[in-house]
Ligand binder design. Structure first.
Ligand SMILES: Cc1cc2nc3c(=O)[nH]c(=O)nc-3n(C[C@H](O)[C@H](O)[C@H](O)COP(=O)(O)O)c2cc1C
Length: 358
C-alpha cells in the first residue's frame, strides 16, 4: 500500500514524460492506494502531426514508462493494462502499484526531469560502440535501431528534412498547429513550446512571429520572398549535419493496433533517457515519419489533396534512405549527439491541473 502523498510524488515525476508539441495528452486519477488511472486523449482533431492519434499514443507509452521508473524510487512495481471497453480515442490505462521485494531503483530515474529536447546544432563527435550498444539495449528486443552516421548519410537526411519541412511550412493545416503550439517571447512554457526552444535565431524568430499572424502573410512570404529558406536551414539542414548520428527505430513486428504505438513510446522514452544518461542529447525528427504514415495509408495531409504527390515522393525517399520497403513500418526517427543543455525548454502543467478532481 502507498499513501496518497507517495502516489502524488510518483505522478509529479511521471508528468515530465515528453509529448508531441508538449501537448501532455493525459489526465491522472488516483483510484486507490494501489491504483492510478491514466486517462489518455489525442489531438488528431486539430493537429496534423497526430495521424490517427499515433503521436499521442507514443506519448502515452512514454508517460507509462516514466511512471514505472518513478515508482521504482519508492520500491513499487507499476504494471498497466488497458481498461476493457476503452478505445484508442480515449484510452484509460489502469496502473497497478505493488510492493515487491526485488524491485530496484531504475538507473534512468535521475534523468527523468533533466531530459529535454535539444533542437540546436550538436557536436559531430561519433558515437562509440559502447554508446550504440547501450541505446540498442535500451529499446529492447521488440525494436531495432539503425544509425546513420557518415557525412553522406547526414546529407541525405538533411535533404529529406528539407523536403519534409517544405510540406510542413506550406501546409495550412500545419500552420494552424504551429500557431497554437509556440509560445512567442518565452524561454519556458508549461503547455507549449517556448519560442527560444524552437531552434531559430532571434531575428528569424521575430520575423516568423510577425509572418505567422495570418495564413495570407505566410503564403505571400513563401511564394514571393522564399520564406521557407531561413527556417529550413536553421531547423532542418544545420541540425541534420551537426549531430553524432541519426537514429531510426523500427519494430520487429508490424504494428496492428494502437497499443503497439504505446509500446513504441515506452521504448522511445528508455532510448531518450539512456541518451541523457550518456551525457548526450536527442531531437525527434518525426515529420518525415508522420508524412510517411499518411502516404502509406493513402491519406492526405491537406484538405485539397494538393500535397499527396509530394508526400508520396517524400515517403519514397525515406524508404530509399533507410533501406525499408514501402510497406515496412518506421516508428521513431531522431538525431543524437553531445551538446550543451538547452537554455530554453518546455515545462509541464501543474500536477493539480493534470489531476482529475476526486
Ligand atoms: C511522439 C513525439 C514526437 C515528437 N516530434 C518532434 C519533432 O518532430 N521535432 C521536434 O523538434 N520535437 C519533437 N518532439 C519533442 C517534443 O516537442 C518535446 O518532447 C515536448 O515539447 C516537451 O519538451 P521536452 O522534451 O524538452 O521536455 C516529439 C516528442 C514526441 C513524444
Amino acid at each position: 500500500m502507498a499513501d496518497r502523498d507517495t502516489l502524488l510524488k510518483i505522478l509529479d515525476l511521471a508528468r515530465w514524460a515528453p509529448s508531441g508539441d508538449n501537448t501532455q495528452p493525459w489526465r491522472f486519477e488516483i483510484v486507490s492506494d494501489t491504483h492510478i488511472a491514466i486517462h489518455g486523449h489525442d489531438t488528431r482533431d486539430w493537429c496534423v502531426y497526430d495521424f490517427r492519434g499515433y503521436a499521442s499514443h507514443i506519448a502515452h507509452g512514454a508517460l507509462l514508462e516514466t511512471l514505472r521508473i518513478a515508482a521504482s524510487d519508492v520500491g513499487l512495481k507499476a504494471t498497466w493494462a488497458l481498461r476493457k471497453g476503452s478505445t484508442d480515442v480515449a484510452p484509460i490505462y489502469d496502473v497497478s502499484l505493488q510492493h515487491t521485494a526485488d524491485i530496484k531503483r531504475d538507473p534512468l530515474l535521475a534523468f527523468v526531469e533533466s531530459r529535454a529536447v535539444q533542437r540546436r546544432p550538436m557536436s559531430t563527435t561519433p558515437l562509440t560502440d559502447e554508446q550504440k550498444t547501450a541505446l540498442t539495449n535500451a529499446v529492447g528486443e521488440d525494436f531495432e535501431l539503425s544509425f546513420f552516421e557518415s557525412g553522406k548519410m547526414k546529407r541525405r537526411v538533411a535533404k529529406l528534412l528539407w523536403d519534409s519541412a517544405y510540406l510542413r511550412l506550406t501546409c495550412p493545416e500545419a500552420y494552424e498547429v504551429h500557431k497554437r503550439v509556440i509560445e512567442w517571447g518565452a524561454r519556458f512554457s508549461e503547455d507549449k513550446i517556448p519560442e527560444e526552444a524552437v531552434g531559430v535565431d532571434a531575428v528569424t524568430a521575430k520575423l516568423m512571429r510577425w509572418v505567422m499572424q495570418s495564413w495570407a502573410r505566410v503564403a505571400f512570404f513563401n511564394t514571393y520572398l522564399a520564406g521557407t529558406i531561413a527556417p529550413r536551414i536553421q531547423l532542418d539542414v544545420l541540425p541534420a549535419m551537426r549531430c553524432a548520428a541519426h537514429v531510426l527505430m523500427t519494430p520487429r513486428r508490424t504494428p496492428t493496433e494502437f497499443l503497439d504505438y504505446v509500446r513504441v513510446g515506452e521504448a522511445m522514452q528508455r532510448l531518450w533517457l539512456t541518451v541523457a544518461s550518456l551525457g548526450l542529447h536527442l531531437q525527434p525528427e518525426m515529420t518525415p515519419v508522420i508524412f510517411r504514415w499518411y502516404a502509406q495509408n493513402g491519406a492526405s495531409i491537406t484538405a485539397d489533396r494538393s500535397m499527396d504527390a509530394a508526400s508520396a515522393r517524400l515517403a519514397g525517399k525515406f524508404d530509399a534512405l533507410s533501406g525499408r520497403a514501402s510497406d515496412e513500418s518506421v516508428v521513431f526517427f531522431c538525431r543524437v549527439g553531445k551538446a550543451p543543455n538547452p537554455v530554453s525548454r518546455s515545462l509541464r502543467m501543474a500536477l493539480r491541473t493534470l489531476l482529475q478532481p476526486d
